[in-house]
Design a protein around this ligand. Structure first.
Ligand code: S3P
Length: 193
């Protein structure tokens, strides 16, 4: 089930990726508390540092500038040792940020099937520039496009949107399975769920 898991993967920071609204920040908070690790929420860090919301940053400086800030922030937090990192939904889609994360973090894709995702979309638009003015079909296209990148995560965990506690429990179980696989003599590796 696993192929070529990098050595020391369990000692790396745990980075949560996945589509907008899937619950990366809330699962991140609970996971960090459970594991006794610090949480770095990349979007919140960028907002604090620039004094602007993500939506304001997109509007005033544009997406490429936001991606640069995001890449710099991710590079800084992965260098901080073991922690939980809640990424924005596009961070792992950016090729150089993805490369950095694959190299330096244990990347967990929090997956919400489209059937559940579409139900939460209405509540997401206002502070997410990439969703503004988009039809449900357009968001679905973006969702499918994003899945291609998320598949490159080390782990995939399907989470229910309704319960971050349940989602966190599932991530913890997946981490435990990974630990067994890494410690087993025949450990292989690769994306799994
Ligand atoms: C983005 C996701 C957002 C935020 C920005 C761009 C994306 O974070 O970083 O609006 O490209 O998917 P959330 O995934 O926390 O909504």
């Amino acid at each position: 089930m696993y192929s070529a898991l990098p050595a020391g993967i369990l000692q790396r920071p745990i980075a949560l990726t996945g589509f907008m609204g899937v619950g990366k920040s809330s699962v991140g908070r609970l996971l960090a508390a459970h594991l006794g690790l610090e949480l770095f929420d990349v979007d919140s860090m960028i907002e604090e540092r620039t004094g602007m919301s993500v939506a304001e940053l997109f509007a005033s400086r544009g997406e490429p500038q936001f991606r640069t800030l995001e890449r710099e922030t991710v590079a800084e937090v992965v260098a901080n040792g073991r922690s939980v990192i809640a990424l924005g939904g596009g961070a792992f889609v950016d090729p150089s940020t993805r490369e950095l994360l694959i190299d330096k973090a244990l990347v967990v894709h929090l997956h919400l099937p489209w059937s559940q995702m579409r139900e939460v979309l209405d509540g997401l638009g206002s502070d997410r520039p990439l969703l503004q003015g988009k039809t449900s079909e357009e968001v679905h296209d973006l969702y499918l496009q994003r899945l291609r990148a998320y598949r490159k995560a080390h782990l995939r965990v399907t989470v229910p949107r309704s319960s971050p506690e349940d989602g966190t429990g599932r991530v913890l179980m997946a981490l435990e399975r990974l630990r067994h696989a890494v410690e087993a003599p025949s450990a292989g590796g690769g994306p799994m769920s």
